[in-house]
Design a protein around this ligand. Structure first.
Ligand SMILES: Cc1ncc(COP(=O)(O)O)c(C=O)c1O
Length: 395
């Protein structure tokens, strides 16, 4: 019999901290930058690691017109949490999932005729209209009808009953690099489709193409709406984009030291005995590991912040623990360390971690997993803790 209240409590001394004021600031800055164009805020992948429900609420409260997800389960999580905002699933579904699109009252990416037929049937059965966004592949080769076949495919789609094509969109594989020539070619392909459809008397209300890089660097790709993810959370997609406004980084990862060990020359640390002391050393143990998304590649090259000072990760990173060399620091059990974010004058950004492990900031952020509670701050005070392990299960 459990007698304590475990709901949304911070039990484990390791967590993701999210500054809601930063997200609010970023969304408002993006909106000012794009002007009259609509904003779809991408909250997929658990809101890039910051928590999908809270990110969805914050972006909507600050003026996002649409929420973007990539699977029905993500849409379900948001709808169940009471988010009624317009939502697009930009990910692919299979024909047998069409009923859920209607049930969840979301708009769906379409690039396959059989799925469109299934959606049309599901909508007829429910006495509803399926709202779809026709995706055109202008160069990503992921989803979308190839741009050369876009017009006839669109005509076929328009013959289906109970389907309303509310949008046409495409995606950039590289909008944040120095060389924009391919992105500009993709924009030309979009414009050509727009002209050809107009010539057939076909008007689609919402054209969208730009992600964060496009929103910053490619005004010609703004069309009627931009789909922005990373910028909302306070990070530039690359170091090559224009930075026309200030961004406030919203995500930190912190843990408390749970053990301190004094080791002697010849002692080894962690699995694989990767670190062998050549002198007396002091090691702090952190209760966070690669199963939390703190990448195992950081074993020998990671850095953390303690009281505004840098200290190296050593030894082999464990599933649930990491080792820090604190020989020259006065670190104690219970001290907070920062694995990502700011401490004093020092900062470790997702870009810094990505550079160490040969990844991208997107992966670094999205990797931080569900075992880490999300602690939400407003005005520097904790206003909410989401702990998905202790949250009330629906069954
Ligand atoms: C279809 C689509 N649109 C927009 C975005 C947002 O990208 P970014 O986070 O670079 O703004 C993504 C994310 O990868 C996406 O898959």
């Amino acid at each position: 019999m459990l007698s304590l209240d475990y709901q949304n409590k911070l039990l484990r001394p390791a967590w993701v901290e999210v500054d809601l004021d930063a997200v609010a600031h970023n969304v408002r800055a993006i909106k000012r930058h794009i002007g009259d164009v609509k904003l779809l805020a991408v909250v997929k992948a658990n809101g890039y690691g910051l928590g999908a429900v809270m990110m969805a609420r914050e972006v909507v409260a600050n003026g996002a017109d649409y929420l973007g997800v990539v699977m029905l389960d993500e849409a379900y999580e948001l709808r169940r949490a009471g988010l009624a905002a317009p939502m697009i699933n930009t990910g692919a579904i299979l024909a047998d999932q069409a009923d859920a699109v209607i049930d969840l009252d979301i708009e769906q990416m379409i690039d396959q005729y059989d799925v469109a037929v299934a959606l049309s049937q599901a909508a007829q059965k429910a006495g509803a209209t399926a709202r779809v966004h026709f995706k055109v592949d202008t160069g990503m080769s992921r989803f979308g009808v190839h741009y050369s076949r876009a017009v006839p495919e669109m005509q076929r789609l328009l013959t289906l009953p109970n389907i309303k094509v509310v949008g046409l969109f495409s995606h950039f594989p590289m909008s944040d690099g120095v060389d924009k020539s391919f992105a500009l070619l993709q924009i030309e392909r979009m414009k050509m489709i727009k002209r050809d459809l107009a010539a057939q008397g076909i008007r689609i209300p919402l054209w969208h193409m730009a992600n964060s890089g496009g929103a910053l660097d490619l005004p010609a790709a703004h069309f009627d709406m931009v789909r922005v993810g990373l910028l909302n959370y306070g990070y530039w997609p690359s170091f090559d984009v224009q930075q026309p406004f200030e961004l406030a980084p919203a995500m930190s990862v912190r843990a408390k030291i749970v053990a301190i060990r004094d080791i002697e020359r010849g002692d080894t640390v962690g699995y694989g005995r990767k670190f062998m002391a050549t002198q007396k050393e002091r090691i702090a143990v952190l209760p966070i590991g690669y199963a939390d998304g703190y990448d195992r590649l950081l074993s020998k090259i990671g850095v953390i912040l303690w009281h505004g000072q840098r200290a190296p990760i050593i030894g082999g990173l464990c599933m649930d623990a990491a080792f820090v060399k604190t020989t020259d620091l006065d670190a104690k059990i219970g001290d907070v360390v920062t694995l990502m974010g700011t401490d004093g004058e020092q900062n470790i950004s997702p870009h810094d971690i990505a550079a160490l492990i040969g990844s991208v900031s997107y992966e670094v952020m999205a990797q931080f997993g569900r075992r880490l509670p999300r602690v939400y701050l407003r005005d520097d005070a904790v206003i909410r803790i989401d702990n998905s392990l202790t949250a009330q299960s629906s069954s």
